[in-house]
Design a protein around this ligand. Structure first.
Ligand SMILES: Nc1ncnc2c1ncn2[C@@H]1O[C@H](COP(=O)(O)OP(=O)(O)OP(=O)(O)O)[C@@H](O)[C@H]1O
Ligand SMILES: [Mg+2]
Length: 357
């Protein structure tokens, strides 16, 4: 549905390009997220798809329409692209009612009155504002205003919806509720969405696939599960959640020599520069639970225990002096200073490759 080939974007006067060779292929009906730290080029990429920026190179195709081609000098203007946009700011027009706000894009297209009325009522119902069509747009909460913005984007029935941090102005509780609502809604209408966020949890919860960006480049693409459970770069491992990174000096088949000694992997991988493990994947045993020495088991001492309600954060100090963060069930009693054994389960060790410069 959306295809981007080798997209480059340099702003006038900027020292470095903001988008550097991004290529993406987004399927019809897919909820696709661009995720990455502030300034990595997410908005620049999205605005290029919208036609709000002129890329320096590349090809962009939306719903079979070639909307940008640097070499062929194609640059379709925003209003002629089959897209709808929702931004962080609600951009709801204050002098209009909710109904008028949503009807506006259809009036611009000069659709017949009854048709406009039908479609506006339908999308207002979808976003849960069915009884608020007559309400002035200024008399709405932040969440309601954002629903109006979403309804206005939906009503056009564009092929692709572009969303740039649409929930970031909402308070935490509303944001969580709207996340689920938004995903359900877009899935129900079968809309293709490109969603921009710097919030990992939001990306993991919403997306069919995530493209992880850093410094203008695409670092990794995958499903939420795939990216979280088996990232292939240090950046991917650490941006999506906490991870202990262990450098690798030698790898052969399933055996790797790491800074903690030899470890066994579940899957053999070539050319690893490090392996990583998430804190919640580390098994910590104490007292009578401690097993005989074995692969991926290391003795240590409990350096600290922090209880946070949902879980406990343990810091284990190994004989080498290296500390490991582990996250364990809140109900198990642990004493700081006690001897413990950690196990790094082979299936949870993530092999990481050297990142491109
Ligand atoms: N209009 C502009 N002129 C010059 N440089 C710009 C312009 N807009 C963005 N940039 C630069 O391009 C880079 C990418 O910016 P972009 O807005 O795409 O990042 P982002 O990933 O959306 O970040 P955030 O999460 O903070 O919104 C940044 O270094 C930024 O300073
Ligand atoms: Mg941005």
């Amino acid at each position: 549905m959306v295809n981007i080939q080798d997209l480059w974007l340099s702003y006038p006067g900027a020292a470095h390009p903001s988008v550097r060779g991004v290529s993406l292929d987004i399927a019809a009906g897919e909820f696709f997220t661009l995720l990455g730290p502030s300034g990595c080029g997410k908005t620049s990429t999205l605005r290029s798809v919208a036609g709000l920026e002129t890329p320096s190179a590349g090809v962009i195709t939306i719903a079979e329409q070639r909307v940008f081609d640097h070499s062929g000098a194609v640059h379709v203007p925003i209003h002629a692209r089959d897209i709808a946009m929702v931004f962080q700011s609600y951009a709801v027009w204050p002098h209009m009612t909710v109904g008028q706000n949503v009807a506006f894009p259809l009036e611009v297209k000069k659709l017949a009155r009854p048709e406009i009325g039908r479609r506006v009522a339908e999308v207002l119902e979808m976003v849960g504002l069915g009884d608020m069509a007559q309400r002035s747009a200024t008399q709405l909460s932040g969440g309601q205003q954002q629903r109006v913005a979403i309804a206005r984007a939906l009503v056009r029935r564009a092929a692709v919806m572009l969303l740039d941090e649409p929930l970031s102005n909402l308070d935490a509780k509303l944001r969580e509720q709207m996340r689920i609502e938004l995903r359900d809604l877009l899935k129900r209408v079968g809309m293709t969405a490109i969603y921009v966020t710097h919030d990992q949890e939001e990306a993991l919860m919403l997306s069919d696939r995530i493209a992880l960006m850093n410094a203008g480049q695409l670092v990794e693409i995958g499903t939420p599960r795939g990216l979280y459970l088996s990232p292939t770069t240090v950046f991917g491992a650490t941006f999506l959640g906490a991870a202990e990174i262990l450098s690798v000096s030698r790898c052969q088949g399933l055996q790797v020599d790491t800074e903690l000694g030899p470890l066994t992997l579940a899957r053999g991988q070539e050319g690893l520069s490090s392996v990583a493990i998430r804190p919640e994947a580390i098994v910590v045993r104490q007292g009578s639970e401690i097993l005989p020495e074995g692969p991926n088991r290391i003795a240590g001492q409990l350096h600290s225990v922090v209880f946070s309600g949902r879980q406990q954060q343990l810091v284990v100090q190994l004989a080498s002096g290296r500390k490991l963060n582990a996250q364990v069930d809140a109900t198990r009693p642990f004493d700081a200073g006690a001897p413990v054994q950690v196990e790094l389960p082979a299936a949870r060790l993530m092999g990481l490759k050297k990142e491109p410069a």
